[in-house]
Write a protein that binds this ligand. Sequence first.
Ligand code: FAD
Ligand code: SIN
Length: 530
Amino acid sequence: MIAKPYDFLVIGSGCAGLEFALDAAQHGTVAIITKKNKAESNTNYAQGGIASVISSDDSFDQHIEDTLIAGAGLCNPDAVDLIVREGPGIIRELIGRGAEFTSNNGMLDLAREGGHGRNRIIHARDATGREIEMTLLRAVEDNNNITMLEHHFAIEVITEHHLGRDVTRHTENKHCFGAYVLDTNTGRVETILARATLLATGGAGRVYLHTTNPEIATGDGIAMAYRAKARVANMEFIQFHPTTLYTPDSDSFLISEAVRGHGGILKNNDGEAFMSSYDDRAELAPRDIVARAIDDQLKKRGDECVFLDVTHLHEKDLKTNFPTIYSTCLEYGIDITRDQIPVVPAAHYICGGVWTDLDGATTIHGLFAAGEVACTGVHGANRLASNSLLEALVFAKRAAASAAVYIKTAELPDTIPDWDDSGTSETEEWILISHNKKELQQVMWDYVGIVRSDLRLERAFRRTRLLYEEVEGYYKRNAVSVPLCQLRNLIAVSYIIIRSAMMRKESRGLHYSTDYPATSTQARNDTVIG
Ligand code: FAD
Ligand code: SIN
């Protein structure tokens, strides 16, 4: 069933999708599709905050330098320059829309996180993402040019391939015309046409067994773009957050980096503070260093977790600044004002993604990408803490401006074929889908984690290939469903991560290989697939 064409189709309702929609709505009609409830996104769980140069003792140059250092030689300096300089404007706009950030005596409170040379993290206590998400959602609800379609799952972006033309990675003039979308309320696949489409589908943390990301983070946008033959880059750089609550049987709850910024100390099971033996910046070293140090402690000592100790900090201060962390830990029987917090690293953020230029355009005309799904060049080989919300908002704005120009001359084909599900039946063998997902996540955790080697990557490659063949088989036989499509996307993203990791014959930033422990002086190139 073909719905009427929109000027802009936005896939995803996190901060990137909402920011783009609000700007694009000044130029035409916008549909936002989102696979669950509209607030469900990585954005909604962001804790620490959003980095920006606000204080008079800070400078753009210092924020740029900190970002480039964390990025380990792979950032695009132009992209970094952009987000840093446009940061204060983004913060002002959020406040103008009604966002309430933590302040003291009328001044924004600026927190500190790893890798930052200054206090520059604007936050809403320890629930910054929720404040941003709710602020943007309120503005979207008030905008008559924007239609929000919840429980709509994008299956594929539509290109010339769906018109029966041969599209390869080398085809120069590929275009996107919208997306095939499964309405999970009705079970029907709709064709949503649009002059410009934004991928704002967020990250892919669910590729791994342990992750801070909610269930939506299955890398759908990266997988769709890859299948549509867009360029994807730097996918080996997976950021593992050093500190998530150690609870073997439940999802990994984040203990914000701001807790270390506040004075939290990492200790091993013998009570030794170990970070200064790994890096002079100790607890405030960038995440890759802290996560690897913890991994080293766990492997060397055979322990299951390390501890984050904040018991020396002021009780009232902890409860005021970290109310979510305090109350969640309490649910697990840990009173952070008295007990050390057991922590382990977990997959947190994907630095690579769908390659874009500085205006959020991908290598497919009419297809834009912003937020965690995109690889803009800002993060290089390792993202600096709290630069993600900033990048998502800045690049969503830029993508909206460039998409508004694009739609003026964009043409849609006269007809687009309906989604073809002939020859398929209702989904069989659910147990195989859930079992294959667990197997994939375990393989990725064991072999493509914080420390990698050629042997582990080859093993992961072989296992993933088998899973790919099985799941492609189901996909051909069965009607589309969200679990099946997500599994297929997780496998595609895992495959790209493994291949990218195999291509990088050095250690840099978040990619550490025991076979190539040194950082090459020559290999300052992006890993490009497609
Ligand atoms: P998201 O916010 O993840 O939104 C993606 C949207 O796409 C969702 O609405 C999802 O449902 C939808 N979607 C996905 N696939 C489909 C599909 N196939 N069809 C339809 N809809 C789809 N960054 C910081 O800078 N500071 C922080 O303090 C911080 N803390 C974090 C804490 C946690 C626990 C986590 C998980 C991340 C944190 N990050 C932080 C990272 C940051 O939150 C994310 O990178 C950022 O919010 C991504 O925004 P986004 O709009 O790109 O994607
Ligand atoms: C955190 O609060 O530690 C997360 C910050 C981030 O991911 O940038």
